[in-house]
Design a protein around this ligand. Structure first.
Ligand SMILES: Cc1cc2nc3c(=O)[nH]c(=O)nc-3n(C[C@H](O)[C@H](O)[C@H](O)COP(=O)(O)O)c2cc1C
Length: 488
């Protein structure tokens, strides 16, 4: 695999050339030739479904900053990020960032967590977001704000960023080894699961009191909710068949509705996955990871540790169960769904396609545009099958200068309802408004997927856009990040 064969988006002059390149490389991504602005823009159209009204087609994806206090409270950096999310002009704020429902479920010691001050803290975060939205957009009409609730499960690390304290639902033949989990390491007991469900319930009550429109019961990226969906080998009530693997979701939803009946519910789900990848051991040198290859042996077939994968060939998606999952959401009267894929820990090339790998990653095993295309096609398939749901799509940032044209085409052609922006908005928070208002786009602000926003927290530093956001660029942490990336 040679990166020279990848399309270098930064070097492509204009959208016509990009469209030709996509065609020449046989990459199926919809892309409009011209951008529309104002009322003509598909991205500016409001969206109405039952009791939800969203003012335009941009969503801000949840993004943590690893910048909370040790007791799970926001800091100035957290307020700054939420303010920028609000100022972006996107009318759907999907979750703000992952907030742990209890201390043990935090993915790192700087993750926000529900504690005694949560109602006040979360209200203030929301207020800052609203204030900045009104300042930049001029109206609050159609602004919908959710809070993402999580338990980090296998990726819990509540006390030290470099000391995992996994809470697992089943033993995984590859991931256990990576986390130093031995065969006798205990599984979360059903009784502990019920306590976690109560924590979700309490967290939803907090979210409601803090004024949020909905909570996202997170089911993506390898964290606990997602691990439930993959718990084929777990015995008992919460593992095995589809019914048991979704019991957690159903019980959380019931619990939330009991205490906060007016609160909306959404679900962000990794709708397909693949096996864990590693840097190719044959091609890796110290400090220089090779290209990603599946860490997979024939003896692991049929593969029984994934959700949305073909068990006979687990590097291939299988949407049978994800479709069942969306049917279940409909039955539960949940119409807000945010589709993602994989995990940032074990297959980052799928979850957040990037040209430059994070420090714990590997060089892309394929043109990252293929990862973008794969998520877009999965989203389209599910959107077509569930036309009444409000579907948010993920993983657009790698498109860089062409994101606006692809986003417009995807919404116009009904591939997705709302385009979710992740890394791009850390680098260029004004992008949605610039597009909708027909202003000149700021080329220098486009995210180029250097992955510093992932490398920094892997080394215990706050996340942010170190290459392009002046605040992080000028910070002392930027020097520390440099040392992390290039140790002497
Ligand atoms: C710094 C950073 C923090 C993130 N935090 C979260 C999070 O708290 N919850 C979540 O569901 N996804 C999180 N993600 C994933 C993003 O929401 C998004 O799915 C991913 O970056 C791919 O979208 P993009 O191509 O627009 O960046 C995070 C991503 C980054 C880069």
């Amino acid at each position: 695999m040679n990166e020279n064969s990848f399309l270098r988006l930064g070097g492509i002059r204009d959208v016509d050339t990009f469209r030709n390149c996509l065609q020449a490389q046989n990459i199926s991504i919809p892309c409009d030739a011209t951008l529309l602005a104002g009322e003509d823009s598909p991205l500016a159209q409001p969206l109405h479904r039952s009791d939800v009204a969203i003012g335009n087609r941009f969503a801000i994806q949840p993004m943590e900053g690893w910048d909370g206090t040790s007791d799970g409270r926001p800091t100035e950096l957290t307020f700054r990020r939420w303010g920028r999310f609000g100022a972006s002009g996107a009318k759907l704020i999907w979750g703000g960032e992952a907030v742990a429902v209890c201390h043990e479920g935090r993915a790192n010691p700087n993750q926000l967590a529900i504690g005694p001050n949560a109602i006040g803290d979360l209200s203030r975060l929301r207020e800052v977001l609203i204030r900045e939205h009104e300042r930049s957009v001029g109206t609050l009409a159609g602004l919908v704000i959710g809070l993402q609730l999580t338990h980090s499960g296998r990726y819990s690390s509540p006390n030290r960023f470099d000391r995992p304290e996994p809470r697992i639902l089943f033993h995984h033949p590859v991931l256990d080894k990576r986390l130093g989990i031995t065969d006798d390491y205990p599984l979360l007991a059903d009784r502990e699961i019920r306590n976690i469900i109560e924590d979700f319930q309490q967290a939803a009550r907090v979210a409601q009191e803090a004024g949020f429109d909905f909570v996202d019961i997170k089911h993506c990226h390898g964290y606990l909710g997602h691990e439930f969906l993959s718990a084929h080998t777990r015995p008992g009530n919460y593992g095995g068949d589809f019914e048991n693997r979704t019991r957690f979701l159903r019980e959380v939803v019931k619990g939330v509705r009991d205490v906060a009946p007016a609160l909306g519910i959404g679900v962000r789900v990794s709708a397909f996955d693949t096996v864990p990848f590693i840097p190719d051991p044959k091609l890796s040198l110290p400090g220089k990871p090779g290209h990603g290859v599946p860490e997979m042996d024939a003896h692991l077939l049929p593969y029984r540790w994934g959700f949305g994968v073909n068990p006979e060939n687990p590097v291939e998606p299988d949407l049978k169960e994800p479709k069942q999952f969306l049917s279940l959401l409909s039955e539960l009267d949940i119409s807000l769904v945010n589709l993602s894929a994989g995990s940032p820990y074990y297959n980052p090339h799928l979850q957040r396609p990037a040209f430059f790998p994070p420090s714990d990653g590997y060089h892309p095993p394929e043109d990252p545009l293929l990862g973008v295309a794969q998520q877009m096609h999965m989203t389209r398939t599910l959107k077509q099958q569930f036309p009444n749901m409000i579907v948010v799509g993920s993983a657009y940032s790698y498109l860089q200068d062409f994101l606006p044209y692809v986003a417009q085409a995807a919404v116009r052609e009904g591939w997705v309802d709302c385009v979710g922006l992740g890394r791009m908005v850390l680098a260029y928070p004004g992008l949605p408004l610039d597009i909708i208002r027909g202003r000149e786009l700021q080329r220098k602000q486009f995210c180029r997927t250097f992955s510093d926003c992932t490398t920094a927290p892997r080394g215990g530093l706050p996340s942010g856009c170190y290459p392009l956001d002046q605040h992080y660029k000028d910070s002392e942490d930027a020097a520390r990040l440099k040392d992390l990336k290039h140790p002497h």
